[in-house]
Ligand binder design. Structure first.
Ligand SMILES: Nc1ncnc2c1ncn2[C@@H]1O[C@H](COP(=O)(O)OP(=O)(O)O)[C@@H](O)[C@H]1O
Ligand SMILES: [Mg+2]
Length: 582
């Protein structure tokens, strides 16, 4: 039908041009060797890819005139053509052309030359170019392993001649040779890119090596990445607490959100959950992976992101953004994955180190507090010794002197007094010993020792006490000491602060391996949350020492109280903490 588009896919036999004397190829067979020689020379003189491509364009122009040319790289696995070089024409290059799509995609898929020669506006045909007055010639660059690239020639504008058979023929012969040049130039640029990549990685690793500072590592990686991948904004997020992923680092132009947890639905969370990176052409329209806080506000369109994985755990993500839609592709993703692996290892090490440091600091703070609690206990023992025992003994000495200076008749009465003074000194000393470590704790065990403490509370403070014990056997020696010390302090507090009428202590085992003690009083009570920091500041360490002792023992404390509500302390610790009996 006349006036219809003429879309052809042709195979042209490889014969030297000009065999048909009726239709001698333009440019002539003599032009071809020259052109090929030029290309080969360009390649051999070690020119870079751009220059080799430039030579190819110039030489082909001499053989087969065109208005524009695009060289594409074919990724057979991904089944896409990526334009890598363009000359002439001002149409926007598609960043990636899928196999089978458009004339270039068809040529890449079929390995056949595609000729489009119609001047009709192609409105309905699949694969027809969207520009009127366009003629296209697409030459697949076929290597030993298949199609490696495409050479797409345009004749744009009215009045441009159609592609003639002899021109197609010549271009095809040229393409067969140019393929080698393109192939080598690609290899060359890949090698160069790899060298650059290695240098950049080296730089990164050197800058970050030995650093255990998260911010310094992130900064070093940003610098190194700049040599590898173009980006305008970069962000790194990491798990900072169980179930919380926060933004830990951002390049300077990204505003806000730093240090804050990522909101649900953030794309980095997707990368972490699926342990997979992704490339997005335009985040303003593509929300498949979620939102990109930070990058979005910075005006980024293209985004590439990968998860950070170390020791089998995806614990964070890094994302790069750029204002040019479609800037990133599978290659960028592979490159970022490579860097991501190094970054993940560096961050993981730094975080581990940080945790070790924090634990050390925690432990020394704890130790400090325990020591001061101990010191306080010693201080109070020293006070007791002075108040009771030493004073009483001093009084006894005075009485003894007195006896020596008096008449025999007065002596029995004085001796009686002295005797009672000494007895009271002995009582004080015994009480002190008892407070320090009651012998009954070792001899008869926790229950007997606590019973003694309760009896003391009853006789000395007039409190009604009750012991409800379900323990049938003795607990481990360390467990008994830990529980005794804790309850001793709690009972001391009842005596000092509670003004209670009734005290009840329950002892039992729970869940096989836990020993539980519950002490309740019906005294004045106190506001626990308010009191604890106050007590610490005021140097009252009884309760703090109790909490820390139980924590160290791997146990749990539940302390409930309120003004006018009495106090209830529940302590649970492993029933056998080990240790040797005294
Ligand atoms: N059973 C209790 N009843 C009332 N108040 C208590 C009780 N136990 C503790 N408290 C309050 O908690 C504070 C802190 O106790 P603690 O750390 O043992 O220090 P201290 O006994 O040296 O004051 C006490 O000063 C007291 O106000
Ligand atoms: Mg106390």
């Amino acid at each position: 039908m006349a006036g219809q588009r003429e879309l052809q896919v042709r195979s042209i036999p490889l014969v030297t041009g000009g065999d048909d004397p009726a239709d001698p190829p333009r440019g002539g067979p003599s032009g071809l060797p020259e052109a090929l020689l030029e290309v080969a020379t360009a390649l051999n003189s070690g020119l870079d890819r751009e220059e080799v491509f430039g030579r190819i364009a110039a030489q082909l122009q001499r053989l087969v005139p065109f208005t524009a040319l695009v060289i594409g790289r074919v990724d057979a696995d991904a089944r896409v053509v990526t334009p890598v070089f363009a000359q002439g024409g001002d149409q926007e290059l598609a960043p990636r052309i899928p196999f089978g799509e458009g004339l270039t995609g068809r040529a890449a898929e079929s390995g056949e030359v595609v000729v489009y020669n119609s001047d009709d506006p192609p409105d309905t045909a699949e694969g027809a170019p969207p520009v009127p007055d366009r003629r296209m010639l697409v030459l697949p660059l076929v290597g030993p392993d298949g199609v490696e690239g495409t050479l797409t020639l345009f004749r744009d504008g009215s009045g441009q001649p159609a592609w003639r058979d002899d021109e197609v023929h010549l271009a095809r012969l040229f393409a067969a040779q140019a393929q080698v040049a393109v192939h080598n130039a690609e290899l060359w640029s890949a090698a160069e890119e790899r060298a650059k990549r290695l240098a950049a990685m080296n730089g990164i690793l050197q800058a970050a090596s030995g650093s255990l500072d998260v911010a310094a590592i992130c900064r070093a990686y940003e610098q190194g990445l700049r040599d590898l991948i173009p980006f305008e904004g970069a962000a790194i997020a990491m798990r900072t607490a169980p179930g919380v992923v926060s933004s830990i680092w951002q390049s300077e132009n990204l505003a806000g959100g730093l240090g804050e947890p990522l909101p649900p639905g953030s794309a980095p969370l997707w990368a972490i959950r699926h342990r997979r990176g992704y490339v997005i052409r335009d985040i303003r329209t593509d929300l498949r992976f979620g939102h990109h806080p930070g990058l979005q506000e910075s005006g980024a369109a293209a985004v590439v992101a990968v998860p950070l994985v170390a020791r089998g755990q995806a614990f964070g993500a890094i994302g790069l953004g750029h204002g040019t839609p479609g800037l990133y592709d599978e290659r960028t993703l592979a490159l970022l994955e490579e860097v991501g692996r190094q970054l993940a290892a560096a961050l993981d090490t730094a975080v581990l180190h940080q945790e070790v440091l924090e634990r050390k600091a925690d432990q020394s703070a704890l130790l400090g507090k325990l020591i001061s609690a101990q010191e306080e206990e010693r201080q109070s023992i020293a006070n007791d010794l002075h108040d009771d025992t030493v004073q009483v003994l001093a009084a006894a000495l005075v009485q003894l002197d007195h006896i020596g200076a008096t008449t025999p008749e007065q002596q029995p009465e004085l001796l009686r007094k002295l005797r009672s003074t000494l007895r009271s000194a002995m009582e004080s000393a015994r009480k002190l010993m008892f407070d320090l470590r009651p012998p009954v704790l070792d001899a008869e065990g926790l229950v007997a020792a606590l019973q003694q403490q309760l009896d003391l509370l009853r006789t000395e403070a007039g409190v009604s006490v009750e012991l409800d014990c379900e323990l049938e056997e003795r607990l481990g020696p360390t467990t008994e000491t830990v529980l005794f010390r804790s309850l001793q302090e709690a009972l001391r507090n009842v005596r000092k602060h509670a003004r209670a009428a009734n005290v009840r202590l329950e002892l039992r085992r729970e869940a096989e391996d836990q020993a539980v003690a519950v002490l309740s009083d019906d005294g004045v009570g106190f506001d626990v949350a308010e009191m604890l920091p106050k007590a610490l500041a005021g140097g009252h360490l009884g309760l703090h020492a109790l909490l820390e002792r139980i924590d160290l023992a791997g146990g749990k404390v539940d302390l409930r109280s309120g003004p006018g509500e009495g106090t209830r302390l529940r302590v649970s610790v492993p029933a056998d903490l080990g240790g040797v009996p005294k």
